[in-house]
Design a protein around this ligand. Structure first.
Ligand code: UDP
Ligand code: MG
Length: 322
């Protein structure tokens, strides 16, 4: 954790917008209210993710006279891409993200900032009131998904899906986000040595329009989780994963082969009487293939790091003591 930071540093507020023209006036009202009493410099970055309902014009209209940058993506690229675009443009030392449909309340922003000022690197909102009244169909899957992400990532949070979060800019700018993976930023940040906190935030159901996601999201989140955790554990050493399982498979194949030979010599079973020779061949081939996969993985990993001058570590401080 960093030491407490300058409370006068610039705050960038990044908001993805997809067909939210009806929610935007309320959003600007509340943002205006809270930012007026924030007592620190801020910028708002609204990213229109290819809306078809005139959201962009609405943003430009509402933003008159305020420090707002409006970005418009060429088409709908998805919430993660919209957030990335905004984060890339942000100039602040702290970046706060939130939804534009008013499910997050801008009035919670000072809560997150207060926690950030204590020196945390990421502060995640926790919408305690979400899914009231639909326990089995929505709340239970959400609790289970958050538990699974927490367990596998080693970063315990109740609400990975909450967009209302604050990040130290240099940490979040270093994360390249693919697919739907913005929800995993706290895990990435923690793996890089960042310290993550959680604060309860308010939650209000959408008044206008409807959610862009259905139940299918749970499956996508779980698949993303596999990728994220795998990358975290084995990105630097693919051979340890593929090679390890390859050796297990190869050993099993060798064992089945030896067993079939012993049975043959002792005249207990002929080769064609047991599945052992087939298993042996199968497991040995799979084992060799997996070790080869590991080699290919190592080559890819080296290309990745060396072509971009990347380092497999993050330096915190460097002091030349004389
Ligand atoms: N969003 C976006 N691009 C998309 C889908 C959503 O920028 O393709 C924005 C949307 O305007 C909202 C936020 O992402 O501000 C969350 O979307 P939504 O409310 O549909 O998701 P949920 O609240 O159900 O998680
Ligand atoms: Mg929403």
């Amino acid at each position: 954790m960093e030491t407490a930071r300058d409370p006068k540093s610039l705050i960038s507020i990044v908001i993805p917008v997809y067909n939210e023209a009806l929610s935007l006036p309320g959003l600007f009202d509340r943002l205006g209210e809270v930012l007026a009493v924030l007592g620190r410099p801020y910028e708002v970055i609204m990213v229109d993710d290819g809306s078809k309902d005139g959201s962009f014009d609405k943003i430009v209209e509402l933003a008159k006279g305020r420090p707002v940058t409006a970005i418009r993506l060429k088409r709908n690229f998805g919430q993660t891409a919209a957030l990335s675009a905004g984060i890339e443009q942000a100039k602040g030392e702290i970046i706060v993200t939130l939804d534009s449909d008013l499910e997050n309340d801008p009035r919670d922003i000072p809560l997150l900032l207060k926690k950030m000022d204590e020196g945390f690197d990421v502060v995640s909102g926790w919408r305690q009131a979400r899914w009231k009244g639909s326990f089995l169909s929505r709340k239970l899957p959400s609790v289970a998904a958050n538990w699974l992400i927490s367990t596998l990532s080693g970063v315990p949070l109740h609400d990975y899906g909450c967009t209302l979060k604050a990040y130290r800019a240099d940490l979040v700018k270093g994360v390249v986000l693919y697919g739907d993976m913005h929800r995993f930023i706290p895990a990435y940040a923690s793996w890089q040595g960042g310290v993550v906190a959680e604060v309860p935030v308010s939650y209000a159901p959408r008044l206008h329009g409807k959610s862009n996601y259905g139940m299918g999201r749970i499956i996508r989140v779980l698949l993303d989780l596999v990728v994220v955790v795998f990358m975290h554990k084995y990105m630097n050493r693919p051979m340890h994963f593929f090679g390890g399982w390859g050796l297990v498979s190869f050993s099993a194949g060798a064992f089945f082969g030896a067993l079939s030979i012993v049975l043959k010599i002792m005249e207990l079973r002929d080769f064609v009487e047991t599945p052992l020779p087939l298993w042996s061949a199968l497991f040995i081939i799979v084992g060799v293939q997996m070790v080869m996969f590991g080699v290919v993985g190592e080559m890819l990993m080296r290309t990745y790091y060396e072509s971009q001058g990347r380092r497999p570590y993050v330096v915190k401080d460097k002091v030349a003591v004389s």
